[in-house]
Design a binder for this molecule. Structure first.
Ligand SMILES: N[C@@H](CCC(=O)N[C@@H](CS)C(=O)NCC(=O)O)C(=O)O
Length: 211
């Protein structure tokens, strides 16, 4: 059994954040596939919530007898344990992780889900989320002006966090990227890192492709 065990499924960019961190850090890990799409979804069952996480969300990382959820907490733990991807200014790093969880990943993930997996999504709701995504991208684009990474010249866990959904095929989140050259270059910097793999090559388990 691997030292690090990640409860995950391939379509989850939240899980990919943690898997990417482990891969870029050269750490052996094992995935435990969660059946998110069948029926009500495994994470919503009382058994799963009792056994794995009361919050009913993945990623969940097991390490040394403790289970952790919330990607921001997991990434912080891993950066401390592995000595990788820690920003010089940890307060600034946390600020971007919080922005990510509220405004970047949450809107992007919801927009992508509505487009690809929801049954008959309301076009007005889809348009609302697209606008929120564009606003969040503009913030990140501005922050990356003159910087290679969010907090400066080196990547940190805030970068890993915000990159979570950006490595899925663009057919799943069809934003016109010509308006975001800094974001595009920043994605490319991650793709060039040793150990990098895209989500569907890294996360285990059967796929549920978009409709
Ligand atoms: N803030 C959480 C968000 C995690 C999250 O939204 N996970 C989704 C999958 S990507 C989930 O497990 N959702 C379960 C549900 O909505 O029932 C994190 O960053 O870990």
């Amino acid at each position: 059994m691997a030292e690090f065990r990640l409860h995950c499924f391939p379509e989850s960019g939240g899980c990919y954040k943690v898997a990417l961190m482990l891969a870029l850090s050269g750490v052996e890990w094992e995935g435990i596939w969660v059946d998110y799409f069948r029926g009500v979804g495994e994470t919503r069952t009382p058994e799963w919530r009792e056994k794995v996480s009361v919050m009913g969300e993945v990623p969940v990382l097991e390490h040394e007898g403790r289970s952790r959820s919330q990607s921001g907490v997991i990434l912080t733990y891993l950066s401390q344990r592995l000595g990788r991807f820690a920003a010089e200014d940890r307060e600034e790093e946390l600020r971007w992780i919080l922005f990510d969880n509220h405004k970047f990943t949450s809107y992007l993930a919801t927009w992508r889900f509505l487009l690809g997996w929801a049954e008959k999504p309301d076009p007005a709701v889809v348009a609302f989320f697209r606008t929120r995504v564009e606003n969040a991208f503009r913030v990140v684009e501005a922050q990356l002006e003159g910087r290679d990474f969010l907090t400066g010249g080196a990547p940190c866990i805030a970068d890993v966090s915000l990159q979570g959904y950006l490595h899925y095929p663009q057919t799943e989140w069809p934003l016109e990227m010509a308006g975001y050259p800094n974001v595009s270059a920043w994605i490319g910097r991650f793709r060039a890192m040793p150990g990098y793999k895209p989500p569907y090559d890294l996360l285990p388990g059967p796929r549920t492709p978009p409709r």
